[in-house]
Design a protein around this ligand. Structure first.
Ligand SMILES: Nc1ncnc2c1ncn2[C@@H]1O[C@H](COP(=O)(O)OP(=O)(O)OP(=O)(O)O)[C@@H](O)[C@H]1O
Ligand SMILES: [Mn+2]
Length: 270
């Protein structure tokens, strides 16, 4: 079988580092034992006590996203460098690592996806829950019709100061959090109505029906997007919030941070 080793061996020949996604302890130890090999561990927790570790805020189901996110974090932390050739080993089918992808680290391809989770004021779990909600809403719509929605997550005090109510706030006296099953039903119901949802760092729904009034100066969002996207993008420049926007017209979910579009996903692809 020397032939097959040669061919597959190209996958990890002369790589700058090996990136192990959630390896077991024994698997990790075998790599550490290899001389002159840089080993980076990526995962939701550093279960193997790796020296070089990059934290993922969540296990991405999609493998390319998992790798992209992990490498973006690794670049961010300076444990790999732009242009590095990497052997990324992860699990696709089961418990153990079963797949190796050869990937070149590309700092130019920086999406900022790492930043919306890891560098937001809001809890990563909250960001994740809102993103999932927007994706679900995009898939199902409201009674079969496409709906739009705008969620502003984090830095809620400041966001409230830069917005005003369009109607009574149904969340005024409640203590509901994103992720509660009941909330998902409520949010979907209210998403038919105008304005934005404001969510705190910890995931409390502070308000619905908010009309955002950020200064749009210096906000550079793609042409063709309307007022909802402009307001969502701009509020993230004026505050430390992130905005997650579901478009009624094209069905895409977009995330903004620092006044910039950093993530665009098609709910139908999930
Ligand atoms: N400043 C704002 N704050 C909160 N909500 C807003 C604001 N501006 C617009 N919206 C909401 O966005 C809705 C759609 O507006 P518009 O069509 O201009 O946005 P859009 O970016 O094109 O979004 P879509 O792709 O969903 O059509 C409005 O009906 C309103 O509910
Ligand atoms: Mn529109």
């Amino acid at each position: 079988m020397a032939g097959i080793d040669d061919v597959f061996g190209d996958l990890f020949a002369s790589v700058d580092a090996v990136v192990l996604f959630s390896p077991s302890g024994s698997y990790y130890e075998r790599f550490v034992a290899v001389e002159d090999l840089d080993v980076v561990v990526v995962g939701t927790e550093n279960a193997v006590g790796a020296e070089t570790f990059v934290e993922l805020p969540l296990e991405f189901e999609d493998i390319s996203e998992r790798i992209r996110f992990g490498l973006e974090g690794a670049l961010e932390q300076g444990v790999i460098e732009d242009g590095d050739e990497l052997a990324c080993a992860t699990s696709v089918f089961g418990d153990g690592i079963d797949t190796v992808s050869r990937v070149r680290a590309d700092a130019e391809n920086h999406t900022g996806i790492y930043d919306i989770f890891a560098k937001s004021r809001a809890d990563p779990e909250v960001v994740k829950a809102v993103l999932e909600l927007a994706i679900e809403l995009g898939q199902k719509g409201q009674k079969g019709k496409p709906v739009g929605a705008l969620f502003v997550v984090g830095d809620a005090g400041k966001v409230m100061n830069k917005s005003r109510p369009l109607s009574y706030n149904p969340f005024e006296k409640s203590h509901v959090h994103v992720g509660d099953p009941i909330v998902n039903v409520m949010l979907k119901e209210f998403s038919r109505l105008d304005g934005a949802f404001i969510i705190s760092d910890a995931g409390k729904i502070v308000s619905a029906y908010r009309y955002l009034e950020p200064s749009a100066e210096g906000v550079d969002i793609p042409k063709g997007l309307g007022a909802r996207h402009m307001a969502g993008g701009a509020i993230t420049r004026d505050t430390n919030a992130i905005a997650i926007v579901l478009s009624e017209s094209d069905g895409l979910v977009r995330a903004f941070k620092g006044g910039e579009l950093i993530l665009e996903v098609d709910p139908e692809a999930y």
